[in-house]
Design a protein around this ligand. Sequence first.
Ligand code: NAP
Length: 323
Amino acid sequence: MEFSLTGFSTGANHTVPEEVKVLILGAGPSGLAAALYAARAELSPLVLTGLSLGGQASTTHLIENYPGFPEGVGGAELGELFQKQAERFGARFEFDSAIGVDFSSRPFRVKSFSREFLAETVILATGASPNHLNIPGEKELTGKGVSYCATCDGWFFKGKRVAVVGGGDSALEEALFLTRYADSVTIIHRRDALRAGAILQSRALSNPKIQFIWNTVVAEIKGEKAVESLVLKNVQTGEETNYPTDGIFIFIGNKPNTEIYRGQLEMDERGYVIANQLMETSVPGVFAAGEVSDAIFRQVITSAGMGAAAAIQAGRFLEHMEG
Ligand code: NAP
């Protein structure tokens, strides 16, 4: 079988492919925990980090539900600690992304931007990315008032008005974070009930800087050089209104980063890699951990746990093959 992404010729780089026992794709909590466990099992793991070291968690200002940090820990800081710990036991990290995979035979071939690898086992830990609203103005004004990361962009909205879209944990957590900077934060939610957990709900509902607009979707984002207003549509009455704002933060869930695996292993209709409780995918020797295969828990701790389990299973798989 060919590489699943053909944008880059497999023969473009003439260096000899590097042979690796455990190749880990992605450096969020699952990839980093897999690296730690594989390194401690002396499997010399190599991690292709992708673009975001620490994964989605690294864009979270404060993680309050990762055990061992009673006062909470910064998302980026936690990622750095995970990495340091894995490196201490010999894990290697490369700031590079996998762009094509061939899982049709072992060793598996993986192509990155800079070179190729022959991997005896692969752990897929490429996580997920934020969903977009796909409405007029969103793409054009991204980085000009449209954002998917409050930790990254909140500071730019000091003393301004911002809107947050979504009713889940992310929307509320990020809205609360934005109250540090913005004068007012308006959460726009398509229903009249929040999906977020109880603690976040009560914190957001009692925060004087946060208002809610219920049963409403954003139909369009308007602005010349930067966001100026939103066209809001009430889903019950169909009424449309113009809502002035300086920024809009969108937190409406995620989609798994599994495009490059398409056609190589089993996935569900939403693109999540199908893996069993041993983190095994439909291809023996390829394991999946974290949000590439988990649409249910999506927590730092559960992803890290899956990463550890995937590395343990990769070790067992190698032992079995060698035995
Ligand atoms: P989520 O739980 O899937 O919530 C997405 C929200 O966006 C929902 O309220 C949904 O509305 C809304 N939505 C979806 N598509 C929309 C659209 N096209 N237009 C308008 N609204 C739309 O996603 P999340 O908040 O990113 O959380 C993801 C996972 O991470 C969850 O499992 C969550 O528990 C976890 N998480 C946990 C924490 C924490 O524990 N502190 C923090 C962040 C995330 P409906 O409610 O109507 O479906």
